[in-house]
Design a protein around this ligand. Structure first.
Ligand SMILES: C[S@@+](CC[C@H](N)C(=O)[O-])C[C@H]1O[C@@H](n2cnc3c(N)ncnc32)[C@H](O)[C@@H]1O
Length: 450
């Protein structure tokens, strides 16, 4: 009988978003975390609430016929990727099938599905990595990514396929330096120790690199030799800045109590679709630069030419607003993070765009203050989607067309359902794979008044 704690053997028959297998035991549907269709597994039921049953894999008894050898020694233990053991074509097929199923389940139909755009780079595509200092289990200082489902242990990333060689060269130099200097890592339980994170950003389009070391202030560090070691590395890109950020906060997030510029400048630039974007250590930017070009070009194509007023809601650093700007009379961006709006304004100035206006605030409240009537609304909300009240306000203002850029197809399906019930219809949908080897996928929908 299926109950909490019971152990079963089953075959996974489907993979649903984000990376959940589906298996049936005694007719009961079970969601198997991290399961892949075709795997024969031994599972333990971790949750049972009515018909909702979840399980975790104890052993993989037989691999899925979809699987291949993963090109990374840390695959399986490192939390960095999920589908490195699945051929890329199959990953794309799984992702587009999952998005279509979510839309179909929400009753969204009758649109033109334009398939899934592969990432231009399948390996080494990330332009930012946040590495954590810690211990890999035996007390040795390690610098890497969190192990899967582990809060404290860190996996090395020697075989990482998500970044290029420059990331690993910089990481190895930093690790070697601190191992030799015997500086302790910060323990998240005791809050004692010094080394917390290393954030490396490398602009995918220009090769410019920004290195940011994050430590506590519990020990005064002399970092001149580390800077020299980094500047002597032979890299494909070029280091433009090295920063030292102090973070004495207790939460495991990167916040800055103080930022010291150790060398160079505090920003790098990306060149996307003919525009320049200045990126600082803490600004948001899409993590796959070449994939972002594909995504933005798709949004631009869906938006169309000769636009009047365009709203770019949840605009972040205003990238989409600026890319749309030449084909619009006026673009108004709204974003809740003041620093992102500051970056958006600076970048618009750098790009000599004078028809973009950026507003700091919550979309929910700022929509009330706009007197303009938009021809087109672009929406790129966070994973949770659009706040239901904000969506109702938007619907009440009756824009003729919307372009919805979604990083979470579950919330896209939910919001599209509301829009469909309110007189809109999805006309075109296309997925863009910005995150190979992970379960994530971007989906862009053109939505028109029916
Ligand atoms: C997926 S990102 C959009 C990125 C943006 N298109 C870009 O390329 O920079 C979602 C953005 O929504 C912002 N956000 C989240 N909740 C918000 C809200 N209630 N009102 C306005 N912006 C919000 C986040 O800070 C984040 O920058």
């Amino acid at each position: 009988m299926v109950k909490k704690g019971s152990i079963h053997t089953a075959t996974i028959t489907d993979t649903v978003f984000p990376n959940k297998g589906v298996a049936y035991v005694d007719g009961q549907r079970i969601i198997v975390h991290d399961g892949l269709e075709g795997q024969r597994v031994r599972i333990k039921v971790t949750k049972k609430r009515g018909e909702k049953v979840e399980a975790r894999i104890l052993d993989i008894l037989e691999k899925s016929p979809l699987e291949k050898e993963a090109a990374c020694a840390q695959f399986g233990t490192c939390g960095g990727c999920t589908y490195l053991n699945v051929p890329y074509e199959t990953q794309l097929e799984i992702k587009s099938r999952q998005v279509l199923k979510l839309l179909a389940d929400a009753g969204i139909q009758g649109f033109d599905f334009l398939g899934i755009q592969p990432s231009p780079n399948i390996t080494g595509y990330r332009n930012k990595m946040e590495y954590t200092f810690g211990d890999s289990g035996d007390g040795t200082l390690t610098l890497g990514l969190h192990k899967k489902r582990m809060r404290y242990e860190v996996s090395p990333v020697t075989g990482c396929q998500l970044v290029d060689e420059d990331f690993l060269s910089i990481l190895n130099a930093v690790l070697a330096y601190f191992r030799a200097a015997k500086v302790p890592f910060y323990h998240k339980k005791s809050h004692q120790g010094v080394l917390r994170h290393l954030v490396i950003r490398k602009a995918g389009t220009t090769g410019e690199i920004l290195v940011n070391l994050i430590t506590t202030s519990q020990q005064k560090l002399e970092l001149g030799e580390l800077v020299d070691a980094l500047l002597q590395l032979t890299l494909a890109g070029s280091i433009k800045g090295i920063l030292h950020t102090i973070n004495d906060g207790r939460a495991d997030t990167i916040q800055a109590d103080a930022v010291h510029l150790l060398w160079g400048k505090d920003c790098i630039t990306e060149a996307i679709l003919g525009l320049t974007f200045r990126i600082t250590a803490f600004s948001f930017f899409q993590t796959n630069s070449h994939g972002a070009q594909e995504l933005f070009a798709l949004v631009r194509g869906f938006a169309g030419e000769n636009l009047g007023v365009v709203f770019d809601l949840y605009c972040g650093t205003g990238t989409i607003a600026q890319i749309i700007s030449p084909q619009a009379e006026k673009v108004i961006g709204i974003e809740i993070v003041p620093e992102a709006i500051e970056a958006a304004r600076q970048n618009a100035k750098l790009n000599r765009l004078d028809n973009c206006r950026f507003i700091v605030g919550d979309v929910l409240t700022e929509l009330d203050n706009l007197i303009e009537q938009p021809d087109l609304v672009i929406l790129d909300p966070p994973r949770s989607g659009i706040h239901p009240k904000a969506l109702q306000k938007l619907i009440a203002s009756a824009p003729p067309r919307l372009v919805y850029v979604s990083c979470q197809p579950v919330s896209l399906a939910r919001d599209l359902q509301v829009l469909t019930e309110s007189g809109y219809r999805a006309v075109k949908v296309k997925c863009v794979d910005m995150f190979p080897h992970t379960p994530h996928v971007e989906t862009v929908a053109l939505i028109c008044k029916a």
